[in-house]
Write a protein that binds this ligand. Sequence first.
Ligand code: FES
Ligand code: FES
Length: 182
Amino acid sequence: MTSFTVNNNPVHYKMDPNTPLLWALRDASNLTGAKYGCGNGECGACTVMIDGEAVRSCQTTIAAIEGTEVITIEGLSRERTHPVQLAWIANNVPQCGFCIPGMIMAAAALLKKNRNPTEDDVKTAITNLCRCGVYPRVIEAVMRAARIQRGDETLDAGASPGVDPATAARLVPALTPGGRQR
Ligand code: FES
Ligand code: FES
């Protein structure tokens, strides 16, 4: 059994310790934001934060992260008000959307460490692949998110998706502190 926290909830996965974190999150915790793309560490669709670092969850076993703090796209902010999320919505970054959860987690991890990144810093830090080619919008949105985080720009939260956080938490118990986990 392996123990760590996911979105601030303690989890104890009764799974093979060599199970990739991506599958524990998706199959056991019903946290399907992190996506399976290449499965070999290249595309970044599966990116989550572990102790504040952007990590490819398809390449990380649950045994390797004992005692850590995992944050997924579902746990980044309850009201979708993280600066990266605000900028992503305002700049209409997504096209098909498949790469977006991983991109956002990579961007959030970058801004945790670097509040004033250059465009080159963004290109170096975010190596995620996007089959739709939204890279220019990603760079602009990360720069905007940095301005929001520093207080140099203010953005209102985007329109509600029509699912309130309480409903989302009921549908996805892992979002709720104390929610059922395996
Ligand atoms: S699915 Fe993990 S890096 Fe592509
Ligand atoms: S928006 Fe389609 S893969 Fe990136």
